[in-house]
Every structure is written in structure tokens, then in C-alpha cells.
Ligand binder design. Structure first.
Ligand SMILES: Cc1ncc(COP(=O)(O)O)c(C=O)c1O
Length: 417
């Protein structure tokens, strides 16, 4: 095999650099990018390096001078070959210069925000955010003297008018939860850059298979890697992708605040990533079939899926997304009680939070992410359009006919008197 041979004392590692893989297709990159092949033992993928520390023969050179150097490791909180593999894979799939992984999506979000926002700064974000991100921005940032403005999706279209001299970041999610709104990232990036503001996009619901925000000029992409990137509901992780310059700054924050990923989780994440393309392709198809079936189902008042013409952002979604994603939401007749009964009656799909995995999961947002105990008020629910009877489905890769049969039976059980 051709490629760079990196000599590291007596250990010989064969590495093909990311530049080699950048011209290859998504699925090829998902399998090969970032892999370190240990020529001494013949491993075909990067092994799990569980150790906390490394015997660094070049310690005197100091790895601290080049924090992104991946040829020298000293301590796993700073970097670790298994973690590097997951990071290089994610950077390659998002078509970014570099990536960082974290112990959770929230750790990735917090580290990114704290890297770029300080006392006196202003951030513009949106109301349709994942609950904990919403709470972080709305309740925690003001404690650090950071000013926040939270806009509706509609107001985001005239974001220009909300930018102030001290605005440093626009922080958005697209696709959003649970109504699956899609933002025009290209227009947002244009406005952001006219004002020298960073555009940061949580693209968890889209996955890099369906959307690559950096190609629409966003500055930073964030993922809850717990979801599609891993895809098997068996770990918690986060990721940030950006330029090398930005990633260096966030890495410095991660080193200090300690949210690095565990090497075993990094190994599992890299393994999950290998099938990202085929999983998401299937989820796109399954979700589209389910959404169309739900539209024709008598018990359903309204379906939310960006792939449907009835969705308010269908036009934008066609420009932003390669596929419309694996999440479908709908409102069942009769309100919250039948919604809960429906989700409890399912036999194949499971009533549980999370999304992006191989199995179909169903949630009732008014019982979970938008329950009164999260602090969300009735007025906010109305403003957000989280109506009674709303159900969110994170479609898996099962045979969709089985999921549809499961749903049909549960509708009958939920709505029978
Ligand atoms: C869009 C989005 N961003 C961030 C997060 C937080 O990620 P994690 O649970 O991995 O910390 C979630 C979790 O559900 C999410 O849905």
C-alpha cells in the first residue's frame, strides 16, 4: 500500500493522509479516513489505545508547541491515537479541516461557546433548540455576563436587524427538534460574515450525509455524535468540526475543561461511522415512506417532515439537504392522552428519547423535552408550535412495512374507546 510511513522509534505505522481520501466518495472515506494501520501487528483498523499516558521519546521537543500534532501523544486528555482516528473520520465526512470529539454533545457545545464568548459579548440563537442547549444559552450564559437573544425561525430570516456591535456568534440548529425546521445556512453565513460574526450550526439531526454546513460557509459544525454518527444507541459523544485555527482554540478549552472522549467510546464511534452513509440513506427512505403513510392515515391531524411538500421549509430543505433525514413528527387526533397511549402500545418501535440509531424510537415531546418540568411554559409551547398530541419518530433501519404495521395497530389501540 502506498502512503506516508511515519517512523516512531521501533513502531512502524502506515498512514494514508486525509488529503489522499478527500477525493474519494463518502462511504469510502467513512471506512478508511484517519485509520492508523499498525504494520507491526497487522491491524487493519486503528486499535483501541486505552492508556492514559504515552512514553514519549521526543518529550523534550514538547508536544505543547503544536497542539494538533498527532504523531506524538503524551496524555489522553490532550490526545490519543484512537480518538484521533474518530476525529479525522468526522472531519473528512463533514469536509472540514479538523475535528474534535467530546464526552457528549453538550460538552462539545459548552466548550465551543466558552471558547468564543466572554463577558460583554452577545450571542444570537433560536428558541427551537435542543432543551439543554436552550437552557445553557438562556440561563447560564447571562451568569457569565454574556448577552443573549433568542429568535423564532421566522425572525431568523431578518437576523440582520438583531446584530449588535458586541455580537460574536450566531448559534443555530438545523434540522430542528421536533418540528424539523430547516434554515437557509448560506444566507445566515452571509449575514454573519458581513458583521464578522461566527456562524455555529448544530447539524445533529441532518448528519454529514445529508448536510454539510461548512460547504454553505458556516464556521463551526457541532454534533451530538451520540445520534447518527455513532448510530447504535450505545455511547454518548460530541463532535465539533471547523478550520484548524478554530479547532486549536476549542481544543485548548477542552484540555482545560476536560470533556475529552473515552478511547473505547472513540473506537465504537469510529466503528459506527463506517456505516453512516448506508444507515442514513436507508433512514431517509424509511422516513419518507412513513411520512407519506402518516399523511394518509385517518388518525393523524398533521405530519411534519421536510421531505413533504406540506412542510413550511420544503423549498429550503431541497437546497440544504441531500436527504430529508430520519425524523418524522406528527399530531395524533385527540391530544396528549392518545399520544402517550400510542407510544406505549408499540411493539417494535420503542418509546425512548434519542434518535439516529438503527432502531426506531418514539417520543412524546410534551412528556420529555418539552414537559413543564423543563421550565417550558404554556405560552412558549404555543409559540414553538408544540401542539397537543405531538409525537416524534426517529426512524431506524428496520423493514419499514413492519414499522407501519406496528403503528397501524397502535393507532387502533390508542384511539379505541
Ligand atoms: C440537536 C441536539 N444537540 C445536542 C444534543 C446533546 O447531545 P448529548 O446528549 O450527546 O450531550 C442533543 C441531544 O439530544 C440534540 O438532540
Amino acid at each position: 500500500m502506498s502512503g506516508n510511513i511515519i517512523k516512531h522509534d521501533n513502531i512502524l505505522q502506515t498512514v494514508l493522509k486525509n488529503s489522499y481520501w478527500s477525493s474519494k466518495g463518502f462511504n469510502t472515506r467513512a471506512i478508511h479516513a484517519g485509520q492508523v494501520r499498525d504494520a507491526r501487528y497487522g491491524s487493519i483498523f486503528t486499535p483501541i489505545f486505552m492508556e492514559d499516558a504515552f512514553l514519549n521519546p521526543n518529550r523534550s521537543k514538547s508536544v505543547f508547541t503544536d497542539p494538533l500534532s498527532q504523531e506524538e501523544y503524551i496524555y489522553t486528555r490532550y490526545g490519543n491515537p484512537t480518538i484521533t482516528t474518530a476525529e479525522e473520520l468526522i472531519a473528512s465526512l463533514e469536509e472540514g479541516e479538523a475535528a474534535l470529539t467530546f464526552s457528549s454533545g453538550m460538552a462539545a457545545i459548552a466548550a465551543t461557546i466558552h471558547t468564543f464568548l466572554a463577558k460583554g459579548d452577545h450571542v444570537i440563537s433560536m428558541r427551537e433548540l435542543y432543551g439543554q442547549t436552550y437552557s445553557l444559552i438562556k440561563n447560564e450564559l447571562p451568569r457569565f455576563g454574556i448577552e443573549t437573544t433568542l429568535l423564532s425561525v421566522k425572525e431568523m430570516q431578518s437576523i440582520d436587524g438583531f446584530i449588535k456591535p458586541n455580537t460574536k456568534m450566531i448559534y443555530v440548529e438545523s434540522i430542528t427538534n421536533p418540528l424539523l425546521r430547516v434554515l437557509d445556512l448560506k444566507s445566515l453565513a452571509k449575514v454573519a460574515h458581513e458583521h464578522s460574526v461566527l456562524l455555529c450550526v448544530d447539524s445533529t439531526f441532518a448528519s454529514p450525509y445529508n448536510q454539510k454546513p461548512l460547504l454553505f460557509d458556516a464556521d463551526i459544525v457541532i454534533h451530538s455524535a451520540t445520534k447518527y454518527l455513532n448510530g447504535h444507541n450505545d455511547l454518548i459523544a460530541g463532535a465539533v468540526v471547523s478550520s484548524k485555527e478554530i479547532i486549536k482554540k476549542i481544543r485548548d478549552q477542552r484540555i482545560k475543561t476536560g470533556g475529552s472522549l473515552d478511547p473505547l467510546a472513540a473506537y465504537l464511534l469510529a466503528r459506527g461511522l463506517r456505516t453512516l452513509g448506508i444507515r442514513v440513506e436507508r433512514q431517509n427512505k424509511n422516513a419518507m415512506k412513513l411520512a407519506r403513510w402518516l399523511e394518509d392515515t385517518e388518525y393523524v391531524r398533521r405530519v411534519y417532515y421536510p421531505g413533504l411538500k406540506s412542510h413550511p421549509d420544503h423549498g429550503i430543505a431541497k437546497r440544504m439537504l441531500k436527504g430529508y433525514g430520519g425524523v418524522v413528527s406528527f399530531e395524533i387526533d385527540g391530544g396528549d392522552l392518545p399520544a402517550s397511549k400510542f407510544a406505549d402500545s408499540l411493539r417494535i418501535a420503542i418509546k425512548a428519547p434519542s434518535l439516529g440509531g438503527v432502531q426506531t424510537l418514539v417520543t412524546v415531546p410534551r412528556e420529555t423535552s418539552h414537559h413543564p418540568r423543563t421550565g417550558v411554559t404554556k405560552e412558549e409551547l404555543k409559540l414553538l408550535g408544540i401542539n397537543e398530541g405531538l409525537i416524534r419518530v426517529a426512524v431506524g433501519i428496520e423493514d419499514i412495512s413492519d414499522i407501519i404495521d406496528d403503528f397501524a395497530l397502535s393507532f387502533k389501540k390508542a384511539l379505541s374507546v
